[in-house]
Design a protein around this ligand. Structure first.
Ligand code: SF4
Ligand code: SF4
Length: 185
């Protein structure tokens, strides 16, 4: 059984992808993790990257290849991906923690400091985490980015969150949100 039959990637399949950096690179700082295993006609991630860190080329059905040495973890490729297949993982936080940044197109949005339930690729609960940052800006065309602190052992497992309901004053992506795009360079 492969990922197409299973619906999600195994660890072996994941680290076999040319868009997935090594754990050594992840430990050095934020970097894109491109979980895109299918040969489909798609390349906005390649054109979104200002650092030429993603290569698809011709034909456009090729699987994206990441050059981790060019990637600074800016996150611009995340909202560009229609499949929400790209994440930023930062294993350099220390204290047994890592940061995972993911596209999050649900309301209510969480806010920095919120405790959230961590979910794996299959939507199963993986533990508890804390929101570090929410970036909701028009630059991202209504795809907010959420950065969550996770145990470092779950850095390559957590790929979604479940916020607590009923939180007041949540940013609205259609209004530009908190507009914090200072890391988008
Ligand atoms: S995170 Fe930024 S530098 Fe890295 S691949 Fe994406 S757009 Fe390029
Ligand atoms: S934009 Fe997303 S779905 Fe399209 S090739 Fe890039 S990673 Fe894959």
């Amino acid at each position: 059984m492969n990922f197409e039959q299973r619906g999600i990637l195994t660890a072996d399949e994941l680290f076999g992808l040319p868009g997935v950096p090594s754990m050594e690179r992840i430990a050095r700082g934020p970097v894109a993790v491109i979980e895109c295993p299918q040969e489909i006609p798609c390349n906005p991630c390649e054109t979104a990257c200002r650092h030429q860190a993603i290569t698809i080329g011709e034909p456009v059905t090729r699987i994206p290849v990441l050059d981790p040495s060019r990637c600074n973890g800016c996150g611009l490729c995340l909202p560009a991906c229609p499949g929400q297949a790209i994440f930023i993982v930062d294993g350099s936080l220390g204290g047994g923690k890592a940061a995972v940044t993911l596209p999050f197109e649900f309301l209510p949005l969480p806010a920095a400091g919120d405790a959230v339930t961590l979910l794996d690729r299959g939507g199963r609960e993986a533990g508890q985490g804390e929101i570090i940052k929410v970036t909701a800006t028009r630059l991202f065309d209504r795809t907010p980015l959420v950065t969550v602190s996770v145990p470092v052992s779950l850095a390559m497992a957590v790929r979604n969150i479940r916020p607590r309901l009923g939180r007041p004053n949540q940013p609205n992506p259609s209004e530009g949100g908190n507009g914090d795009d200072s890391s988008l360079a």
